[in-house]
Design a protein. Structure first.
Length: 116
């Protein structure tokens, strides 16, 4: 029996500026930009389910995500896509197969939204 659980605890996203990344992600997800920045380089987003930690210490041009490592869920893919356009988020695909689309955060990390 393995002592390693089949669970994902947290995903780290490399960001260049922890304060602006916190504000951008919180605004995008409709979360208050509250809580402490830990150790000068970490911000834990208050997520439901698997956690996300923004980390400016691990950021470099080589560590940004070139393909989405996970996806954010949505109940309405069209509304989510329109919301991202209204927020002037860089969309890298249209809605594909009526199910998902990709976008970039301000640091160039490729991320995904997927209909659940």
């Amino acid at each position: 029996m393995s002592p390693i659980l089949n669970q994902i605890g947290t995903i780290f996203i490399p960001v260049s500026n922890i304060n602006s990344a916190r504000d951008w992600y919180c605004d995008l997800l409709g979360l208050p930009a509250e809580g402490d920045i830990l150790f000068g380089h970490l911000y834990v987003l208050p997520m439901k389910g698997t956690g996300i930690v923004l980390d400016s210490k691990i950021y470099s041009k080589n560590t940004i995500y070139k393909t989405p490592p996970f996806h954010f869920n949505t109940a309405n893919i069209e509304n989510a896509y329109d919301y991202m356009k209204e927020k002037d988020v860089e969309l890298t695909t249209g809605i594909e197969h009526n199910h998902w689309f990709n976008f970039k955060d301000p640091d160039g990390n490729h991320l995904m939204v997927c209909r659940c």
